[in-house]
Design a protein around this ligand. Structure first.
Ligand SMILES: *[C@@H]1O[C@H](CO)[C@@H](O)[C@H](O)[C@H]1NC(C)=O
Ligand SMILES: *[C@@H]1O[C@H](CO)[C@@H](O)[C@H](O)[C@H]1NC(C)=O
Length: 217
């Protein structure tokens, strides 16, 4: 996985802090900036990994509670629950008779509402029939936002995997009981430590999200 991700070299601390200070100001004077994510929303996404694999993902983003859920339905296949906590722990499980569960530890929390800050503006294109502003972040993700409503329309990963935003309900929150991983996650489930430590902090959240959507069943 790691070999396929071409990321730019880590910036020095000086240029990094300078760019943090000045880039947003410079950008604001000229280019549109992406709308930050609402603190809580529910979205239904159609994912297409370009190799014929389709998934419908229920995304429940819940920043105030430090949690994010991807409920991933493979076409005519498995339903996978990817429950992510801001402390870096992800529970990855099924709720069927197989009772599968894997625990993953990432050295990064969930995506910040402003995770698109500093993305490079590329202009406007039509995407899925919507006129969109497009930004690119660290050669990892391309993000399409509806010019008229500022809602996300689509995003594409470097791998070719594309997400299409089918619904976007701001303020929708999944009830607490649904955020409880099943008991078999706590009975010696396999634990994995995902090393994305070499990457600058702002990229790691993206890598966590990317790794959460399986490329194969
Ligand atoms: C998925 O992507 C492939 C490759 O780009 C494309 O041929 C196919 O039509 C797409 N399927 C859907 C349902 O979007
Ligand atoms: C992170 O929070 C979740 C939910 O409260 C908990 O189950 C998990 O054990 C925590 N992970 C760590 C490393 O503390």
């Amino acid at each position: 996985m790691k070999e396929n991700i071409s990321l730019p070299p880590k910036p020095t601390s000086i240029s990094f802090s300078l760019s943090l200070l000045f880039l947003p100001l410079l950008a604001a004077a000229t280019d549109p900036v992406p709308t930050p994510w609402p603190l809580q929303f529910h979205s239904i996404l159609l994912m297409n990994n370009t190799k014929g694999l389709l998934q419908v993902v229920d995304l429940w983003y819940d920043w105030p509670n430090g949690r994010n859920f991807n409920i991933i339905q493979h076409q005519l296949g498995k339903k996978l629950y990817d429950l992510e906590w801001d402390n870096g722990t992800s529970y990855y499980y099924t709720l069927d008779a197989n009772k599968e569960c894997k625990i993953r530890h990432f050295p990064v929390g969930i995506l910040r509402p402003n995770w698109l800050d500093g993305a490079k503006y590329l202009g406007q294109v039509y995407r899925d029939g919507f006129l969109c502003n497009v930004w690119e972040k660290v050669d990892f993700i391309w993000y399409y936002e509806d010019v008229a409503t500022k809602r996300p329309v689509s995003w594409a990963f470097f791998s070719g995997m594309i997400g299409h935003v089918m619904t976007f309900e701001v303020g929708q929150v999944l009830d607490d009981p649904n955020w409880q991983a099943p008991v078999y996650c706590f009975e010696g489930a396999k634990q994995e430590h995902k090393a994305v430590l070499e990457l600058p902090f702002e990229y790691r959240g993206l890598v966590r999200e990317f790794l959460s959507i399986p490329m194969v069943i």
